[in-house]
Design a protein around this ligand. Structure first.
Ligand SMILES: C[S@@+](CC[C@H](N)C(=O)[O-])C[C@H]1O[C@@H](n2cnc3c(N)ncnc32)[C@H](O)[C@@H]1O
Length: 246
């Protein structure tokens, strides 16, 4: 089994990856970011939607939203979040390596470092190609992740994150000439100790831009936050937007 197929990882470390404060943060981004603005009825795909943090506000804003994720547990959480918010969305269990719905979406989003999970670089490119082919001409892919340049500023220091009833410890190890990173997670809660490792690709802005272009995207833009600020030394995220031009 690949690490990303382990539901236990996403559920076990949910307090770290999906803290409640992210619900309000996602709602704010959808309300305020020009990158996430949609026309009423626009068709939007949230690729690797997790517990639906962005699905809910996008649907509330009037978009026709599909959330795709490989984790049944995450999709259950997304369905519950939609029901509680009184919105509807189509939720689909699928692997982003293979999921394509040709000529369907006005906007595809891939949020919170949900990209670069495959060991073969060609598979990560395939995810971009799938997203490209799932867009209508003129449609856009917005991909938000931790960029290599930002990551290099703090990698090496182990982090401790308080979670309900315990602490999660994260340690990063850069691999393969800065092309990949392994993050080892240890969650300590009373007598319970849970461990997991994530290995994902690291991209600089130039590398991710080039990957978008190889996947067929045009008008590729790079930002450092959802307010369209530049990807410079103050950037908090690496956000790349590409347009399906043909
Ligand atoms: C870091 S979480 C981010 C979730 C969500 N985008 C957010 O903003 O909270 C990554 C998500 O990717 C999903 N995932 C991992 N591998 C996947 C794959 N091959 N295909 C589809 N989803 C996948 C996980 O189940 C998890 O929900």
């Amino acid at each position: 089994m690949h690490w990303y197929e382990d539901d236990g990882l996403w559920v076990g470390f949910a307090d770290v990856m999906f803290p409640a404060r992210r619900v309000a943060e996602a709602a704010r981004l959808v309300a305020e970011s020009p990158l996430l603005r949609t026309d009423p009825g626009a068709r939007v795909l949230d690729l690797a939607c997790g517990p639906g943090f962005h699905v809910v506000p996008l649907a509330r804003a009037g978009a026709d939203v599909t959330g795709v994720d490989l984790s049944t547990a995450m999709l259950d959480r997304a369905a519950k979040a939609c029901a509680e918010a009184g919105v509807t969305a189509r939720l689909v269990r699928a692997d982003m390596l293979h999921h394509v719905e040709p000529d369907t979406y006005d906007l595809v989003v891939n949020m919170y470092t949900s990209f670069g999970y495959f060991t073969d670089p060609g598979d990560n490119l395939a995810v971009l190609r799938n997203a490209h082919d799932s867009l209508v001409p003129g449609g856009k892919l917005v991909l938000d992740m931790m960029g290599k340049e930002i990551f290099a500023g703090w990698v090496g220091r182990p982090q401790a994150v308080d979670v309900e009833g315990g602490t999660a410890f994260l340690r990063d190890t850069v691999l393969d000439d800065w092309t990949r990173v392994r993050t080892d997670w240890t969650l300590v809660r009373g007598d319970e100790v849970r461990r997991a490792s994530i290995v994902s690709a690291l991209y600089s802005a130039a590398e991710l831009r080039a990957l978008f272009e190889t996947a067929g995207f045009g008008e590729v833009e790079v930002y450092g936050d959802f307010d369209l600020s530049p990807y410079d030394n103050h950037a908090r995220r690496l956000i790349v937007r590409g347009t399906r031009v043909g």
